[in-house]
Design a protein around this ligand. Structure first.
Ligand code: ZN
Length: 410
């Protein structure tokens, strides 16, 4: 008697065959087949609902079945057809031709007429796996094509509206302003324009206990939202959250889609699309941020960063390089990115046996320099301290301790 595992799977890559591929139908067919046979018994049922046939390792029930096989509890697997086992040609063939035979596992695909014990239809099985693979490729292309047309028209085709908006209940392809979150978005832009760094804005929002966009979606909007890009352990507002909000043209009323694309229908890997190739349709919803403010933020972004790589580390510019010195040892203060400020380079390299940290927050130093410049009448109100300004007007800045700073003007 073969102890058989009934394996069923359904996912969106089944296209229009959803009903005939339903779990109930698969199980019914399998039960009937086992009942009619005289050398098989149904040992257990494994159901992966919502998992693509292109991958094996992420299917929990498939993995549980494989464990039961290794434990010796099962001697055979039965599926409705080969596509339920898998849709990816190479890996599916690998299971059928290498893994199962090596484990002495009988494999039956009812509708494809495959039974490894009687060696039935083995050549046909080869062809079927290839066919299933091609079918997936075709379905993925069809879904993509239909989506492209709608996205180009400015219809929102994804799951969750960006922070600051919510899906319009009367038209799920359009947005309405979510006033509570929109207020935070407006504040982020105005703080940025006022000279706050992205890290500084994040810190302030954390200090005030403002919910992050992910938390907000879950707690306030009641959405089942999981941010796949969020690193484990990362909590609260952070530089990337602010960066993304300050770059998102959606807040000016434009629908922005096609920002990244899947590299291949077989891989969960994405490529970033440059802005000029994205599908941007203006005037699709009420703006949260005026175009003027948005463009100002983009200009500041260009000035403050040298290499704003996508998702990568952004190098912090030190506008005071060469003129900011330690009041104790006379060496330079260097930019420390983690805490967003400056500290004595002697201390940084050699430790507290040689000098003290003299750490000063970037915001603090900027505001002192701004105030002193304005007092000196070197400039009118300054929105942001730039490298150009510093080189032109300042000879030397010496940092003693705390906020004790001496500025020598040219
Ligand atoms: Zn020092």
């Amino acid at each position: 008697m073969y102890q058989m595992a009934a394996y069923c799977r359904v996912s969106k890559d089944d296209g229009e065959n959803k009903i005939s591929e339903s779990i109930e139908n698969q199980l019914k067919l399998i039960r009937e087949y086992i009942e009619k046979s005289d050398d098989m018994e149904l040992a257990d049922i494994y159901i992966d609902d919502g998992y693509s046939g292109l991958y094996f390792s992420n299917r929990p029930e498939f993995q549980r079945m494989m464990e039961d096989i290794y434990k010796g509890r099962i001697q055979g697997i039965i599926t409705k057809d080969i596509s339920r086992l898998g849709r990816e040609h190479i890996e599916t063939s690998n299971y059928m031709e290498r893994v199962f035979p090596a484990l002495k596992i009988r494999y039956i695909a009812i509708l494809d007429g495959v039974d490894s014990v009687s060696h039935q239809n083995e050549e046909l099985a080869q062809f079927k796996t290839l066919f299933n693979d091609m079918y997936s490729r075709d379905i993925s292309r069809k879904i993509k094509g239909a989506l492209t047309v709608q996205k180009k028209r400015g219809q929102f085709m994804s799951g969750f509206a960006p922070y600051g908006y919510m899906k319009n209940p009367d038209d799920k392809h359009r947005f309405l302003v979510d006033e509570e979150a929109a207020r935070v978005v407006r504040r982020i832009y105005s703080m940025y324009l006022a000279g706050y760094s992205k890290g500084g804005i994040a810190r302030m929002l954390n200090e005030e206990g403002v919910l992050t966009p992910s938390e907000y979606k879950r707690k306030v909007q009641g959405l089942k939202y999981a941010n796949a890009k969020q690193k484990p352990g990362a909590e609260g507002w952070a530089y990337p959250t602010i960066h993304v909000i300050l770059k998102n043209r959606v807040y000016t009323g434009a629908m922005v889609q096609h920002k990244s694309e899947k590299l291949s229908y077989k891989m969960e890997k994405y490529r970033y699309i440059p802005e000029e190739q994205q599908y941007i349709v203006e005037g699709m919803h009420e703006p949260i941020i005026s175009k003027d403010i948005f463009e100002q933020a983009q200009e500041i972004g260009k000035k403050r960063t040298r290499t704003p790589g996508f998702g990568g580390e952004v190098k912090k510019v030190n506008p005071y390089a060469g003129i900011l010195v330690c009041g104790d040892c006379g060496y330079n203060l260097q930019r420390v990115t983690g805490r967003d400020g400056y500290e004595c380079s002697t201390y940084h390299k050699k430790g507290n046996a040689f000098c003290r940290s003299h750490f000063m927050k970037k915001e603090t130093l900027d505001s002192i320099v701004k105030t002193e410049m304005e007092k000196e009448g070197k400039s009118e109100t300054i929105s942001e301290v730039t490298r150009e300004m510093v080189i032109e007007k300042i000879e030397k800045i010496t940092v003693y301790s705390g906020r004790n700073v001496e500025i020598v003007f040219k």
